[in-house]
Design a binder for this molecule. Sequence first.
Ligand SMILES: NC(=O)c1ccc[n+]([C@@H]2O[C@H](COP(=O)([O-])OP(=O)(O)OC[C@H]3O[C@@H](n4cnc5c(N)ncnc54)[C@H](OP(=O)(O)O)[C@@H]3O)[C@@H](O)[C@H]2O)c1
Length: 260
Amino acid sequence: MPGIEQSKCVLITGATAGIGHALALSIAKLPSQPQVIAAGRRQDRLNELASSNIETVQLDVDTSTESLKKFADHVVDKYPELDTVILCAGVQHEFDFKKDADVGKLVSEMNINYTSVATIIAYLVPHFLKLGEQGRPSFIVPVTSGLGIVPAPWVPNYSASKAALHSLSISLMAQLRDTGVHVMEVIPPLVESELHDAYGTTEKLSKIWMPLDEFIKLTINGLCRGDAHISAGNALVYFGQFEKEKDKLALDYQLRHDSW
Ligand SMILES: NC(=O)c1ccc[n+]([C@@H]2O[C@H](COP(=O)([O-])OP(=O)(O)OC[C@H]3O[C@@H](n4cnc5c(N)ncnc54)[C@H](OP(=O)(O)O)[C@@H]3O)[C@@H](O)[C@H]2O)c1
């Protein structure tokens, strides 16, 4: 399978912290030296990345579809070699349906973790299909979560948003087969990052999470091999237990649908 060692230009959302930030730095150092474009909201972090020879673009994904279209058009215009997108921007909120009524939090979390991701993909696929017609591979890399396979009830909407993105990834694999557009889903377990800082569980979690360096190493290896799903820890265990057959079953659905 082709992998990101063939990428010429890689856009990474959520590149100002954690997994996205570490992937941006590691991918920029690949022997193939792809151009990396880092996106995120925090300009000071983008400035730091710019000093490591990484292109930057400020982006809040929690916005209108029109703004996301402008963003996608701008990136494709400025970087016509763009052939890879890694969709890493994400937030996680605790939500207790017995107490909480802040539905705005639910809507925004679903928008950041799912709707904006599906929207950016939809706006980039036509460009990637054109590359495919020229015989060039391209790569869509949604970052989901082990909690998209087995939900954590204290972050119910987060888990649902990641289950939605996991499902979308499988459908995209089936739809885009034979086009040269490859989908590789990254399914992290609990990994060292800033994701959990907002609700004060970082100290406890830091005793059990996978170190960021370790996770990035295995993710880069999977992306270079062109693995369809890249996972680790208990996310990998649950993937093996519940998800292994789904790509094939979904492809069977698609093929039957195509022959109707
Ligand atoms: N760490 C884990 O345990 C774990 C486990 C499973 C899955 N994941 C997934 O991995 C991905 C990366 O998470 P992480 O752990 O690296 O978290 P992180 O350290 O908190 O980084 C999250 C990134 O998302 C960006 N982001 C958040 N809201 C945004 C918005 N509205 N617009 C644009 N960018 C936004 C942040 O940048 P700005 O604030 O600068 O915008 C930041 O770069 C997420 O999708 C997460 O769900 C993480």
